[in-house]
Design a protein around this ligand. Structure first.
Ligand code: CO
Ligand code: CO
Length: 329
């Protein structure tokens, strides 16, 4: 759903639930974030999120694994550790049971990899398949990662390359090179668990994950919630192999075009910035990486720990004292 329509349909909820009546709801009714956070005790809070979508690839196992990684990502994006999940699924009547079983197996094995148990769920009949998880996690309220936590001077670190929207769209149109799709699938299946598994002394405050609103949409949400501006450098942003070529061929999913139409007003590109590459920065991502605001004194430690665990991290820009996003070529 486009950001504009979503904001509109969610408005009445803000009138029904007053934040002051729910003091233990630390995140939920105010600034939109990746997941809701409910304080259980002084030093412990519950993180709750759900996400599901229609098939993005042909292989049912991969579809299940990607949907699960994507659902759990919002817990990681709050600085939490997921521990419990439920399946949420819709499948057509005429689809062989083995296919559904492969989707659920892909999701379950991905959950297990994250240390999460899938303890049940609910399935309904529908024309188009849909799958995802409801995920519960825990975090320390003092170590919460939010969209409001970016500070001027922080460096922006991204943990997965951009381009799953153009590549999966190219695949649906029979235009994708098999090796490009394969690489994109591997990245989409990858868990965003590196921060949660790093020692507790890598404590960050500003962060989110990159999904349907694209790098620009989610980066702007963080800038806006934190009351800061972001300065990005295109040449430092990592892209999946083939992504720039498909962009030049204008193979964008509808969501990427919608993202640009809505978030474009908040983004300033340097002169002569190629239009296809502008749109690519709005490309709707599935199971994208974390975007972290990292204080300069913590950067080296984070990069070091990332490389020890085989987690690539790219410094793509910085937080500045302005508003909106500036992108240089
Ligand atoms: Co998110
Ligand atoms: Co989400």
């Amino acid at each position: 759903m486009s950001a504009q329509v979503l904001a509109q349909v969610l408005r009445p909820l803000g009138e029904i639930f007053k934040a002051s009546q729910f003091p233990d709801l630390l995140v939920g009714l105010g600034e939109p974030d990746d997941a809701a956070v409910w304080r259980l005790e002084e030093d412990r809070a519950l993180v709750v999120t759900t996400d599901f979508f229609t098939p993005i690839v042909d292989n049912p196992y991969d579809y299940g694994a990607i949907a699960a990684a994507n659902s759990m990502s919002d817990v990681y994006a709050m600085g939490g550790k997921p521990f419990l999940a439920l399946n949420i699924a819709a499948f057509p009547n005429d689809l062989p049971a083995e296919i559904l079983s492969e989707v659920l197996r892909g999701g379950a094995e991905k959950a297990l990899e994250a240390g999460v148990v899938v303890a049940g769920g609910h399935t309904i009949q529908d024309k188009e398949p849909k799958f995802g998880l409801i995920v519960l996690g825990l975090l320390h309220p003092g170590r919460m990662l939010t969209k409001t936590g970016a500070r001027v001077g922080d460096l922006l670190v991204l943990s997965k390359p951009i381009g799953t929207g153009v590549i999966t769209t190219a695949f649906k149109r029979d235009l994708a090179a098999p090796e490009d799709l394969k690489e994109a699938v591997e990245w989409m299946k990858r868990l965003n668990n590196f921060l949660a598994e790093m020692a507790e002394d890598v404590q960050l405050q500003g962060g989110t994950d990159i999904t349907g609103f694209g790098l620009m949409g989610h980066a702007w949400e963080m800038a806006s919630a934190s009351g800061v501006g972001l300065r990005l450098s295109f040449e430092k942003i990592p892209f999946l192999q083939g992504a720039q070529r498909y962009a030049q061929e204008w193979i964008f999913p509808g969501g990427s075009i919608d993202n640009r139409a809505f978030y474009g007003q908040y983004v300033r590109f340097s002169a002569d910035f190629e239009e296809a590459y502008q749109v690519l920065l709005f490309d709707a991502q599935t199971s994208g990486g974390l975007l972290l605001a990292v204080p300069p004194e913590k950067l080296e430690d984070l990069m070091q720990r990332g490389s020890e665990r085989g987690q690539p991290l790219w410094v793509i820009g910085e937080v500045v004292e302005s508003s909106g996003i500036e992108v240089s070529a």
